[in-house]
Ligand binder design. Structure first.
Ligand code: NAD
Ligand code: GLY
Length: 347
């Protein structure tokens, strides 16, 4: 015997990313802002003036990727219970990708799921992490391996918040912008070659453009069954670099920059792009002081480390490779000897 359970269509979960238009956020529910001491020092006062709620609480967690774990989620949930938040309450993420990923995950599990709002304060979070609903934490088994797809109700990017961002963190965000331009948008890539993202009037435009690209990808493939994987261009290599250097040497965006250069070398070997195109991408990364070199200790070990990534399944490694600038290929059929010859070039 079988009983079929019919499920209704989910309600419309679409939402807006609003750039430089944060005036007031009004809620007739309880709200908790999740942030860290670095961000709150600069920006919490302004947000407190702009948010009104039945009750407004601030939950402060320590700053750093090393605190992006289940212990911190337990702490956030504990504070939510202490403040008697309920199923109508909302969480607001005020911070970079670490705060955004953790707030989203806490929202996804608190009383089986409550709404949350993203106020991203790093460039990386404004152009990438705050959009698309990937939430989660790290564990001893790897990065972002515990999590949920849980979309925010709105995202509010304020470019003025980026004025306090350290230069290195700003550049790390640029790597994700270049990633999207190379794979999806040749005109945007060419625009980036001749313009400076740091200039105020360009910054807003670049965030808009990147968010539009990410939004279009996520709308087509929320759960990464296909095209969303293209956002991982450079990441297959970057995750190994981050892992080998124990997350201490490079910011995520910096590792992505190195990963992009490595992926391009593979694309070159397969005849997917020209030397001139690879040089133009390197040049653009260097324009923002992003690293483009990495010395591999052992190519064999590096190769084995690919299999620790959650994106590698059935012993196949998935690479996102540019097919010229503005196009991509998703490949999981590249022979080991071709991959090894690229890795040996970095040894
Ligand atoms: P982060 O959140 O650690 O922020 C970087 C540093 O900048 C931190 O010290 C932070 O406190 C500080 N900071 C934040 N805003 C600031 C401001 N306005 N002024 C001064 N300092 C500020 O790092 P990140 O680069 O924003 O995010 C990286 C995280 O995002 C990683 O955990 C990564 O896994 C995740 N991520 C998620 C997605 C996604 O789709 N969910 C995509 C990309 C990355
Ligand atoms: N940053 C990759 C993704 O959101 O899919």
């Amino acid at each position: 015997m079988q009983v079929n359970i019919k499920l209704p269509q989910e309600k419309d979960r679409s939402y807006n990313v609003i750039i430089d238009e944060l005036e007031y956020l009004k809620f007739d529910t309880k709200v908790a802002i999740i942030t860290n001491p670095t961000v709150s020092k600069y920006h919490l006062d302004e947000i407190l003036l702009r948010v009104s709620a039945d009750e407004l609480h601030v939950i402060t967690v320590p700053d750093g990727e090393k605190y992006k774990n289940l212990d911190t989620i337990k702490f956030i949930l504990g504070e939510c219970f202490k403040h008697r938040l309920d199923r109508k309450s909302k969480l607001i993420a005020l911070g970079g990708g670490v705060i955004g990923d953790m707030t989203g995950f806490a929202a996804s599990v608190f009383q089986r799921g409550i709404e949350f709002i993203q106020i991203p304060t790093t460039l990386l979070a404004q152009v990438d992490a705050s959009v698309g609903g990937k939430t989660g934490v790290n564990s001893e088994y790897g990065k972002n391996l515990i999590g949920a797809f849980w979309q925010p109700n709105s995202v509010h990017c304020e470019t003025k918040f980026l004025k306090t961002l350290p230069k290195r963190e700003f550049s790390a965000g640029v790597a994700e912008i270049i990633k999207m331009a190379v794979t999806f948008d040749k005109d945007f890539f060419e625009w980036l070659e001749i313009n400076d993202i740091k200039e105020e009037e360009n910054l807003k435009l670049v965030i808009q453009k990147s968010v539009k690209t990410k939004a279009s990808v996520v709308s087509k493939d929320e759960r990464e069954a296909g095209i969303r994987a293209v956002l991982n261009y450079g990441h297959t290599f970057a995750h190994v670099v981050e892992n080998e250097t124990e997350y201490k040497t490079y910011l995520h965006g910096e590792a992505v920059s190195i990963g992009i250069v490595m992926a391009n070398e593979l694309a070159l070997k397969l005849g997917l792009m020209s030397n001139e195109e690879a040089i133009r991408i390197k040049y653009l990364l260097q324009k923002y002081d992003l690293p483009i070199d990495y010395e591999i200790n052992s190519a064999e070990d590096f190769y084995e480390h690919f299999f620790l990534d959650k994106k590698s399944n059935k012993n196949k490694i998935t690479f996102i490779l540019p097919n010229g600038i503005g196009n991509y290929e998703i490949r999981d059929d590249i022979p080991k000897d071709v991959i090894m010859s690229v890795l040996r070039d970095f040894e």
